[in-house]
Design a protein around this ligand. Structure first.
Ligand code: GLN
Length: 194
């Protein structure tokens, strides 16, 4: 099992570090062709507009097709914006792999970044979470489960094999959210073998 981390911009190294601490094989994905060499993709935090522009339409189109086939994605912060079906005050979406709408920069400006502890369903009730100009989820579609809330906002959600969080688990030493995602990937790989 090899996990890709989209390596166009943002907190790429931090995700690689979490994954290698768990002991899984990783690949930094910078080209569309590399998407066929992985069984799941993490979209890191950074700047969603920059990531989408650097990747370009061909990249987004390939990700949309993968999403239709049940490919596992995990998006943190900007990565969540890229995976959402809707972005407030903006027309259209990027990948649209999960039926949520998000509001960008909802947790405030860079100087208002903060770390807190949240409860995440099925994962733990003491998960450290770092918020940096984080998006909040403003609409949850049917079939999307809210996994965590902070200050009355949904900040982590899942639909099928797609997981998103407003915050950055890769900036902490806690590996439980990455392990939760790897579980999703493992289950899907086993189903494929059946
Ligand atoms: N505000 C950024 C965006 O809109 C996301 C910030 C982050 O990923 N830490 O892309």
């Amino acid at each position: 099992m090899r996990i890709g981390v989209l390596g166009l911009q943002g907190a790429v190294r931090e995700h690689l570090r979490s994954l290698s601490r768990i002991g899984v094989d990783t690949l930094v994905v910078k080209r569309v062709e590399e998407l066929s060499e992985i069984s799941a993709l993490i979209l890191p935090g950074g700047e969603s507009t920059a990531i989408s522009l650097i990747g370009g339409e061909a990249f987004l189109e390939r990700l949309r097709n993968l999403a239709k086939s049940g490919f596992p994605f995990f998006g943190t912060c900007a990565g969540m914006i890229l995976l959402a079906r809707g972005v407030d005050e903006q027309e259209g979406s990027y990948v649209g792999a999960i039926d949520i709408t998000v509001a960008r920069n909802a947790s405030g400006r860079q100087v208002h970044s903060f770390e807190t502890v949240i409860a995440a369903e099925g994962i733990g009730d003491d998960i450290p979470a770092v918020f940096i100009r984080a998006p909040y989820i403003t609409r949850l579609g049917q079939g999307v489960s809210a996994l965590a809330q902070y200050d009355g906002h949904v900040v982590m959600a899942r639909q099928g094999n797609v997981l998103v969080s407003s915050f950055h688990p890769e900036l902490t030493d806690d590996l439980r959210i990455h392990e939760y995602f790897l579980n999703i990937v493992e289950k899907r790989n086993q189903e494929d073998l059946k």
